[in-house]
Design a protein around this ligand. Structure first.
Ligand code: SAM
Length: 263
């Protein structure tokens, strides 16, 4: 694996800092018998210390050269290497096969991080928790509370599905090659029951997307005819507000109102 040249198209920035790797594993706290799944194991920087604590580990890697290296390095009874695209991976089926909810971990390729989050969150019922290394700026958006500049579509959609906890920052020098940006480790814990009902999930998603596509506009202007100002007023929401002033549960209330057929 050491002769493998990092591939930009797969977002390959390999961790090499032993202190950072130790800190990440301490945050994950893997214990024997747990069902962990690592996304993008690469050259095994996290895989090796995780396997020290576990009987068995599943990993998902898209780069076939790295897959070959991982299969050569560990017996299949301990490391099950899925050569697959994590964006299309069926985590629910793996959880059923293993007979347990999954703990997902990964130093994720930056180019697919947001679509991957949405993909795994559609399968949140199969997942116990997640620890991901992502671009710091993305983690700030994920964890942002209403009112701030980082608060947007990602913050609202995640608040519906899980609790988000930013853990610590990782400087570019911890990786080879060094990325242009600082990274952060983030923990996501799916809600056992959602904190609010959203009505039709498609309506909720479209509403939130529409609101934040035009975040400098007022709700009245950003949402246009699809959400009459009277609907907002009936919910006690001022149509003159900017979208970032609404809490995730406010968006959910609007989506419920739009999902309910008029009587
Ligand atoms: N975990 C390793 C580490 O920390 O050194 C590698 C991290 S590197 C940022 C991202 C890894 O994800 C690479 O091994 C890359 O090949 C893999 N990868 C990229 N896109 C992927 C995808 N769609 N599905 C699965 N793995 C992917």
């Amino acid at each position: 694996m050491s002769t493998h040249r990092p591939r930009k198209r797969f977002g390959q920035n390999f961790l090499h800092d032993a202190g950072v790797i130790r800190r990440i594993v301490e945050c994950i706290r893997p214990t024997t018998g747990q069902t962990l799944v690592e996304i993008g194991p690469g050259r095994g920087a996290l895989t090796a210390p995780l396997l020290e604590q576990l009987v068995h580990l599943d990993v998902i890697e898209i780069d076939r050269d790295l897959v070959a290296g991982l299969r050569a390095a560990y017996p299949s009874g301990r490391l099950c290497v899925h050569e697959a695209d994590a964006l299309k991976f069926d985590f629910t089926a793996l959880s059923a096969e293993r007979g347990a909810a999954l703990r997902l971990v990964g130093n994720l390729p930056y180019n697919i991080s947001t679509p991957l989050l949405f993909h795994v969150l559609t399968q949140a019922g199969a997942i116990d928790d997640m620890h991901f290394m992502l671009q710091k700026e993305v983690v700030q958006r994920m964890a942002a509370a209403a009112g701030g500049k980082d608060y947007g579509r990602l913050s609202v959609m995640l608040a519906w599905r899980c609790r988000v906890q930013a853990l610590f920052d990782i400087a570019p020098g911890a990786f080879t090659p060094a990325p242009q940006v600082t990274s952060s480790l983030v923990r996501l814990i799916p809600h056992a029951t959602p904190p609010f009902e959203v009505g039709d999930p498609g309506v909720f998603r479209d509403l939130v997307t529409r609101a934040f596509t035009q975040r400098r506009k007022t709700l009245r202007n950003a949402l246009g005819k699809q959400v009459p100002a009277e609907t907002l007023e009936e919910l006690g929401i001022d149509p003159g507000l900017r979208p970032q002033m609404l809490s995730p549960s406010d968006f959910a209330a609007i989506a419920r109102a739009l999902s309910t057929p008029a009587s």
